[in-house]
Design a protein around this ligand. Structure first.
Ligand code: SF4
Ligand code: SF4
Length: 263
């Protein structure tokens, strides 16, 4: 989009004119938003999903390790200020992960277990619905992706996401990255960012960084394939998704074995 088109979109948005016109304008602009060129070795799926095997995360450090691996790989800035920090994957306790499950008799081991949380790559992502510029969009393989160049920093997506999965760059992130990974573009001040399900690694035939760093604690695969590891573990175990009642359809499942000794 040239500056004139951009201002037109802004004016239409401000005037409250329906998203269809804006979306059509962008669709017809010829821009290939966030399209990553496919190679032969690319991993493909009809619906990428994740299963977190909660038992495998014995301590907060187990989650810290995968968060550091993800953040380092993706040039996520390290900002030690809760108002400005950027998080793609982080640790929560049971109460904050499954806020709707109110069971006062739950055993302490589950209540205090460690849950890695991240963008759920929802089947019905509200963040996509509210974005006025299609900066965030859902791919055919289920990944909710972002084109940072289209993000105008309105933060509608952050307000809409019920999982707090998105962060806004209030400050220039580049000055808070110690060693830049040149394979991954850095973001700029004024844009939103979040977990990408490691699309750039899938393209190279590699699993997500957090999956690799989790020592079997996180499985990743095609939820549409009955033979995939994710489907097999979901068939044989009790698993829950976050805030299912909201209908966003998270693509991340948590296997909770629940026994006093196992949690
Ligand atoms: S978790 Fe939030 S940011 Fe991620 S797809 Fe769902 S609504 Fe969008
Ligand atoms: S899938 Fe990739 S981007 Fe998302 S939390 Fe895991 S390592 Fe980070």
């Amino acid at each position: 989009m040239n500056r004139r088109d951009f201002l037109k979109v802004g004016a239409l948005t401000a005037a409250g004119i329906g998203g269809t016109i804006i979306f059509e304008g962008l669709r017809n602009s010829g821009a290939q938003a966030g399209v990553i060129k496919e190679s032969n070795q690319a991993l493909k799926a009809k619906h990428w999903g994740m299963v977190v095997d909660v038992d495998k995360f014995k301590s907060p450090e187990d989650i810290q390790r995968i968060a550091e691996a993800c953040h380092k790989y993706h040039n996520v800035p390290d900002i030690d200020d809760p108002d400005n920090e950027i998080k793609w994957i982080w640790r929560e306790d049971f109460e904050h992960t499954f806020t709707e499950l109110d069971n006062p008799y739950l055993n302490d081991k589950i209540k205090e277990a460690n849950f890695p949380v991240l963008c759920n790559h929802c089947e019905n992502p509200v963040c996509v619905r509210v974005c006025p510029t299609q900066a965030t969009f859902k791919r055919d393989d289920g990944i909710v992706a972002m084109d940072y160049h289209r993000c105008i920093g309105c933060r509608f997506c952050m307000t809409a996401c019920p999982f707090g999965a998105r962060s806004f760059n209030f400050v220039d992130p580049r000055s808070h990255i110690k060693n830049v990974n040149t394979e991954i573009p850095t973001r700029t001040q004024g844009v939103v960012e979040k977990c990408t399900f490691c699309v750039e690694r899938l393209e190279k035939g590699l699993p997500p960084v957090c999956v690799e760093a989790s020592n079997g604690g996180i499985l990743f695969g095609d939820l549409n394939d009955p033979e995939s590891d994710v489907r097999k573990i979901l068939t044989g175990n009790f698993a829950i998704r976050r805030k299912e009642e909201l209908g966003t359809g998270p693509s991340i499942y948590y296997v909770i074995r629940g026994g006093k000794d196992s949690a």
